[in-house]
Design a protein around this ligand. Structure first.
Ligand code: ADP
Ligand code: MG
Length: 683
């Protein structure tokens, strides 16, 4: 039987619930995800190194006997062990932290295998916190024949856990060492590639590992292109409402705005109206830098369908953003008889019931909310347009799933708005099933934000500057450090920073928003900030997307080196929205590594999201733009579009060929790489 890649681990392996939960935490729920959890690096434990031959900064396996053990108490408690090998050469083991029971195992005369990276120390070579395998006497056990794979893991799951389970999984897929179409073209088989990457032979060299990786990269890129092709085909079979555009009403609305649309906004909106008049559903991506005015274009799209008698929904990533969009939009819609409703998960029950009812009856025409807008309980009256704001982390599968959820009988038009600037060629490969429009122009009169990079040691002077800024009637943001592992810690830390700032600046009104604040509270704080009742807003990254307060002209970002560049650019985009000169201060914790320094330098020098994205790629070689540092859920597992760009023509050729004459292989690839996500493509 062919193994089912999308089956949960429990189908094939006997694991405790606790272990299952840990694997899930590490991002591995299915057989496919396990097999494609590729090693970070390899360790060579296939041969011993005599202590006399140890090299600084090089991993080695040493066979030696304990000769001395002692705990020192100078400055801090440390455990020092001396071992010697059969030649009599000595090696020093150092433990900078250890359990009370740990020293006891180092009995003089006991033999073991010690593995670590050697460090040149004051008395000779040292191992810090080595891995140890204790032996019975001096007899040497059989050494591993393989290089050992080292996996990214979570606390509670050892490297042995990974190696053991993956070895079992490899047995399951061994029948897949078949001569498929890729093998015929000279690639390794899928099984061989996995086997080599997880359990490389000792002699295996980089070129061979690269060959194994290439098989998987080609598969993954092909699977992605196939998903896109099938999504396009699927879309062409769907019927969405043809919208009759009420040009006059739209013009009246445009005239009511306090500004002129930019040429780019006009062009993009024209592209949208073209799409809406067709029965094939629109699937369009609007790319536009922060502040380029995507919201108004989305609103025009919404009005186009609303004037024609349909509903539109705008989905945003956070409740805060839903509220703010609703407020702004309601202000813009003043004098029109259009009902706008906010729909989020945490709403008072009575209010939610009433809102749902109004959505079902058609009383409400524009719905703004979080993913709550697509929950099963929401029945739309006649939805024609879905807009997704700032969801640059959505993959092709999620976008299609939305199409599925929206309305049963009829497809809807879709508009995706993103501020993540992706170079065009990459965008085509990522968002291939979407048509792309770019707003490549900022509204006139914007002053570029002035950015500086300073060390956290100058925090006090900075606080003074913030105080001065606020006393002059302008507002400021203070963005707290990102703590990826724990939202709780992040919020507590933000609280402490807010208190500290309030204590330093008693005459300034300081506010605080973070992700764990109750909705009403957060709302109240944001309202107060918008009304300038709060001068200094301390915030976690909940303000990252969308929030718009024109009087805020100064932003401080703490531990800027921990953020991704795309994220810093988004954050910084919260200032520079009004007429006055705006400033952004990137504070870092010294010492700053070379790459981190270069990255902050890019932020200092450029205000252009596309330039920043390109530089980011150049410095780091990709991975962050399209991936998601915050959640770890990357778009690709093995491939990297930038690095692997030269493969794309070949990928296009393969996929076209298989779609024509090898449906079976198409299905195999999709099952491997998009397992469980292609349900809606089947009809
Ligand atoms: P983003 O593209 O980052 O979502 P927004 O849609 O929030 O940008 O727009 C940023 C600000 O610019 C808003 O205050 C909006 O009202 C304003 N704006 C949008 N279009 C124009 C324009 N053509 N001229 C002047 N201001 C504009
Ligand atoms: Mg926006």
């Amino acid at each position: 039987m062919t193994p089912n890649f999308s089956a949960p681990l429990s189908t094939y392996f006997t694991l405790s619930d606790k272990k299952l939960a840990l694997f899930e935490k590490a991002g591995v729920k299915t057989l496919g995800e396990l097999l494609l959890h590729l090693p970070l690096r390899y360790e060579d434990r296939s041969h011993l190194t005599p202590i006399a031959d140890l090299k600084h900064e090089t991993y080695a396996l040493v066979h030696a006997e304990v000769v001395d053990s002692r705990v020192s108490f100078s400055r801090r408690k440390m455990l020092h062990i001396t071992v010697q090998d059969s030649s009599g050469a000595r090696l020093y083991l150092r433990y900078f932290h250890f359990f009370a029971s740990q020293p006891k195992q180092f009995v003089a005369g006991r033999w073991g295998l010690f593995y670590a990276k050697a460090q040149a120390g004051a008395y000779g070579m040292e191992f810090h916190h080595p891995e140890i395998q204790w032996l019975n006497g001096a007899q040497l056990p059989e050494l591993s024949e393989h290089l050992l794979a080292v996996y990214s893991t979570v606390s509670g799951l050892s490297q042995k856990d990974w190696r053991k389970l993956i070895a079992q999984a490899l047995v399951l897929v061994k029948p897949l060492a078949v001569k498929d179409v890729l093998v015929v073209r000279g690639y390794l088989s899928f099984y061989q590639a996995l086997e080599q990457l997880h359990r490389p032979q000792y002699s295996l060299d980089e070129a061979q590992l690269a060959k194994a990786r290439e098989r998987l990269i080609v598969e993954e890129l092909c699977a992605h292109q196939l998903s896109i092709a099938l999504a396009r085909a699927y879309r062409s079979r769907l019927q969405a409402p043809k919208i009759r555009i009420d040009t006059q009403a739209l013009q009246r609305f445009e005239q009511s705005l306090s500004f002129e649309l930019t040429k780019a906004q006009r062009r993009v909106f024209a592209e949208i109206t073209q799409d809406l008049t067709r029965s094939q559903p629109m699937m369009r991506l609007i790319q536009g830098d922060v502040g380029s005015g995507k919201t108004i274009v989305a609103l025009l799209a919404a009005l186009s369908v609303i004037y024609a008698g349909y509903q539109a929904v705008l989905m945003v990533p956070t409740e805060l953003l839903a509220e703010q969009h609703a407020q702004n939009i309601q202000r813009l819609l003043q004098g029109q008889s259009i009902q706008v409703a906010v729909l989020v998960s945490k709403m008072p029950a009575a209010k939610k019931r009433a809102t749902l009812q109004a959505v079902t009856s058609g009383e409400v025409q524009l719905i703004i909310g979080t993913h709550a807008v697509f929950q099963a309980q929401v029945q739309y009256h006649n939805l024609a347009l879905i807009m997704i704001d700032e969801q640059h982390r959505f993959g092709v599968h999620q976008r299609l799933a939305l199409q599925d959820k929206s309305v049963a009988e009829q497809a809807v038009h879709q508009l995706v708005l993103t501020a993540t600037p992706i170079p065009r060629t990459l965008a085509m490969s990522v968002y291939g099933e979407l048509d792309i429009s770019v707003i490549d122009e900022l509204p006139a009169g914007r002053k570029p934000i002035h950015t500086s990079v300073i060390s956290a040691s100058r925090r006090e002077a900075l606080i003074e500057r913030v105080g001065e800024n606020c006393r002059q009637g302008r507002q400021a943001y203070w963005v707290c450090p990102l703590i990826e592992e724990s939202e709780v810690l992040e919020c507590e830390n933000a609280q402490a920073i807010a208190q500290m700032l309030q204590a330093c600046l008693p005459d300034i009104k300081v506010g605080l928003v973070h992700g764990r604040l109750a909705q009403q509270e957060r709302y109240a704080v944001m309202q107060a900030f918008i009304k300038n009742e709060i001068a200094l807003l301390v915030a976690t990254t909940v303000i990252e997307v969308g929030v718009d307060v024109a009087n805020a002209s100064l932003m401080i970002i703490e531990n800027a080196e921990r953020f991704g560049l795309a994220q810093l650019h988004q954050l910084r985009g919260r200032v520079g929205r009004g007429a006055q000169q705006s400033y952004c201060v990137l504070m870092y914790q010294a010492p700053l590594g070379e790459v981190a320094r270069q990255r902050l330098e890019v932020m200092r020098e450029s205000n252009d999201g596309f330039v920043i994205a390109q530089e980011d790629l150049n410095i780091r070689g990709g991975g962050e733009l399209l991936g998601t540092r915050q959640t770890g859920a990357k778009l690709f597992k093995v491939a990297d579009l930038e690095r692997d760009a030269m493969l794309l023509p070949k990928i296009a050729q393969y996929t076209q060929e298989w779609l024509m004459e090898n449906q079976a292989f198409v299905e195999i690839l999709l099952a491997r790489w998009a397992a469980g996500k292609m349900r809606y493509l089947q009809s």
